[in-house]
Design a binder for this molecule. Sequence first.
Ligand code: TYD
Ligand code: MG
Length: 453
Amino acid sequence: MKVKTVFFCKECGAQSSSWIGKCPQCGAWNSYVEEVVQREGDSKFNIKKTKSSSKPQPVNQITFSQEERIDTKDIELNRVLGGGLVTGSVVLVGGEPGIGKSTLMLQVALNCKGRKILYVSGEESLQQIKMRADRVEGENEDCFILTETNIQSIFQHAEDLKPQIIVIDSIQTITTDSIDSSPGSISQIRECAGEIQMYAKKEGIAFFLVGHITKDGAIAGPKILEHIVDTVLQFEGNRHYGYRMLRSIKNRFGSTSELGIYEMQSTGLRQVNNPSEILLSQRDEALSGTAIAATIEGTRPILIETQALVANSNYGTGQRTSTGFDLRRLSMLLAVLEKRGGFKLINKDVFLNIAGGIKVDDPAIDLAVLVSIISSSEDLSISSQYCFAAETGLSGELRPVTRIDQRIAEADKLGFEKIFISKYNIKGLDSSRFKIEIIPLSNIEDVLRYIFS
Ligand code: TYD
Ligand code: MG
């Protein structure tokens, strides 16, 4: 029997009929792998010749109905999904091994009362899943567990059971009969995801697909998997802390800026509905090298502690290390301090840490990072009643940030005395609403003068 094979790029999913050393599309080296696509006599391509039932329609004649959303009973997950799970949608949940993907999915299945849910596992036995179900909170007699890896039999069981939600843990273990390559291979993953997407739309069943992540943080399998599904959620967190973050990377039914926060406990994942508690649980009296930033993650304000340690380097040039904050941005801020503030940091080691194992990309954290570095380097503490919200430009100027009133309101609610912001943020701001004192300044020198003198 003749087989047709194609070479795929593992990084970007580009195809080629022969092996290539360097991918012409994404530039990756040695990323092409051979995959069996189809045996001769397969009926797969004949389907295309059958008459299609769809036909083009004028756009103004299409009737529109609001997509139906399922309340997952998990406030954090609902928010990240954009207000609930859309029926007929396919959601990919990616994350490192052991981060808690299976726990999250099982908890959703057990808490979604009144909905029929099929939880399919290709990785664990029924006993293992039962053990986990006993550990976490929630009970749902309409939650069914199936251990199966063949997609056609999963669809068969779904036909009998008629669930509203199907969880597949994980997409890398599932195979389809229509192609022959081994489970977890690029063409299998792609084909299965494609069949799931089609089935979901046809039957109106919502799917959660769990996906593994490779060493460099991409969801294993071709990028194409991310193109096939409707929503991609990333479950992340520092394994040494209990906090876990659920971010949406792609969402056809909502915004991608939302963030869900959980804490892993011995009884499963707890929703963290008030994220500033991460900070408050760790706050102590004023120490040198720490500053509080009023940041926004998604649409929610979070107060976060930045910690810096500046020490003399044993070697010529100091090293820079950062967790939770972009290293290149840190280098830029250090250069601003050298140039504008006259601080000599070139032969100092600088370590920066965002408390709680959180990753922040909100530029409003810049000012807190800068003052925490100076605070550590000069060994001067900053009052624990101060917080900061401003981006810093290359000439040391404080730049305005978005949603300033929300940041101020959160700091006010938590009882801070002063918040330092850019003077450009003050326009149109109704400061009489707040008890907190708002200090608008124009550059980093002004801030340092204000807090350290
Ligand atoms: P798991 O959901 O199996 O991770 P994944 O599917 O992403 O690989 O979760 C694994 C970790 O979570 C495991 O190390 C144990 C821990 N855990 C708890 O701390 N509390 C719990 O209630 C559960 C179920 C797991
Ligand atoms: Mg798992």
